[in-house]
Write a protein that binds this ligand. Structure first.
Ligand code: SF4
Length: 312
């Protein structure tokens, strides 16, 4: 159930119960698919492969975007470096893996992969870098806890007392922005280590509470959750009591008030998730029967559409 990795630190810190609720994979959005393609392109570029060769192998839907990215390899830097940090011993080890399959980890270890590790030079300290493809340049601030974790883990793995982190925001035209650049010293790293340990302990307490509840009663476990911006990529979104309340709040007849708008936004997200699930199903199995007369299929523009059922 628990998937506590570097990228979930902001969520787990704000809402530890999210680690103890059931996690469900959500369908990949077009923006996420473009981000994956861009990361793969940049990874291969930093591995010394020829730009033209990589672009030829990028999925056609993302080729133009990847070609527009203005970043070039940083001399001496290594792309996609994985690390595991132990919250109890406050030590870290580099992981010899590619991708996000981290292998066996101790329960007290949190793993993560930084996009780029740049060794120290005469101009600047060792730097960990994350690339974010986005139209919301300032919005990348939400990833600071993830970058702080990378800084902490790589500083511990390499026994560094100073380290920098950077978030490179790549906009829709491929232009690189540098809205977040920060240097941390030994004391800063100690504060971050305490925060990460606190989040880990809180999540473990929630997991123990969920297990204890399941042992003692058949009623569903309804934890106290904290909603916010960190909900965006929460894998427990579908099981979240706060989000599920939407279904009653929107369906009922409450006195209209401004907060209802937030519930409607959540309801729209439920609808989008449902549409994504249907898109995947139609993609995989072909048209889906709706009733005796109609079926759901893709139209010529690739959108889902109710159509008259074709005889088989
Ligand atoms: S969706 Fe629910 S469980 Fe997930 S972070 Fe938000 S409030 Fe917590």
């Amino acid at each position: 159930m628990a998937t506590f990795t570097a990228s979930s630190i902001a969520r787990v810190s704000a809402c530890p119960a999210s680690e103890a609720l059931p996690h469900v994979r959500t369908a990949t959005s077009p923006e996420a698919a473009r981000g994956v393609a861009a990361h793969e392109y940049l990874y291969r570029l930093h591995n010394g492969e020829l730009r033209e060769q990589i672009l030829a192998e990028v999925p056609e839907a993302h080729r133009e975007y990847c070609a527009s990215i203005e970043l070039r390899p940083v001399p001496g830097a290594v792309a996609e470096v994985a690390v595991a940090y132990d919250v109890l011993t406050r030590t870290a080890r580099l992981l010899d893996v590619t991708g996000r399959a981290y292998g066996a980890l101790r329960d007290s270890e949190i793993a993560g992969t930084c996009d780029l590790f740049v060794p120290a030079s005469s101009e600047r300290a060792t730097t960990v870098v994350d690339w974010k493809t986005t139209h919301d340049i300032e919005g990348v601030r939400r990833y600071v806890p993830q970058l702080e974790f990378y800084a902490l883990a790589f500083a511990r793995a390499h026994r560094l007392s100073r380290i920098r982190y950077e978030i490179v925001a790549i906009d829709e035209q491929g232009k690189a922005h540098y809205p977040i650049q920060c240097e941390l010293d030994f004391e800063d790293l100690g504060v971050i280590a305490s925060r990460v340990e606190q989040a880990w302990r809180a999540s473990r307490a929630q997991i123990a509470a969920a297990a204890e509840h399941t042992r003692s009663t058949v009623a569903p476990w309804v934890p106290s959750v904290t909603e916010g911006d960190h909900c965006r990529y929460c894998p427990a979104w579908r099981a979240c009591p706060g989000k599920r309340a939407v279904l009653e709040a929107v369906g009922g007849t409450p006195e209209p008030n401004g907060a209802m708008y937030l519930r409607i936004q959540d309801a729209e997200r439920w609808a989008a998730l449902g549409r994504d699930t249907l898109r995947e199903a139609v993609h995989e199995h072909g048209p889906l029967a709706v009733d005796d007369d109609r079926e759901l299929r893709f139209n010529s523009r690739g959108a889902l559409q109710l159509s008259k059922r074709r005889s088989t």
